[in-house]
Design a binder for this molecule. Structure first.
Ligand SMILES: [Zn+2]
Ligand SMILES: [Zn+2]
Length: 147
């Protein structure tokens, strides 16, 4: 991923919260799971995974919320945009919705997670990795292969 931008910026829908990272994402993935559909309202979500301390929020990270054990989520307190999520089973990483990121055009997803939950009418023509589940191992394989 030589051309991946090293400085990442983004913001929520209303612009009240801006995000930035001096580090490129470790991996970028589609997620077809039902939780991601509900949290984004979209038929498929896409996320960039960063190191857990790589992303700064301005003016500050809001208080996190947890609706599911083992999952922490951050939302803009004004417009409600999902800003980030952290998962106990993916330790050390913070997942930021790709749609918030200004450089998204240069961050193509490297895999489909939870392909088994994909809506049957949603056809994305690509030849990237498709996994029925997700795991840190799989995400790390992609990240390691591209470093
Ligand atoms: Zn907002
Ligand atoms: Zn998901």
């Amino acid at each position: 991923m030589a051309e991946v931008p090293g400085h990442i910026t983004g913001r929520c829908y209303c612009g009240g919260i801006t995000l930035s990272s001096q580090e490129a994402p470790q991996s970028v993935a589609y997620c077809h799971c039902i939780d991601c559909r509900r949290i984004t309202g979209a038929p498929v979500a896409a996320f960039a995974a960063f190191g857990e301390n790589a992303v700064q929020a301005s003016p500050a990270w809001p208080v996190s919320k947890s609706f599911t054990p083992g999952v922490s989520r951050w939302f803009c307190p004004d417009c409600g945009s999902p800003l980030a999520a952290a998962f106990d089973y993916l330790p050390g990483q913070l997942y930021v919705p790709l749609g918030l990121i200004d450089q998204a055009a240069k961050l193509p997803p490297e895999l489909h997670a939870h392909e088994g939950c994909r809506l049957p009418w949603l056809q994305i023509a690509d030849d990237i990795l498709r996994l029925d589940g997700t795991s840190r191992t799989s995400l790390r394989v992609v990240a390691d292969a591209t470093e």
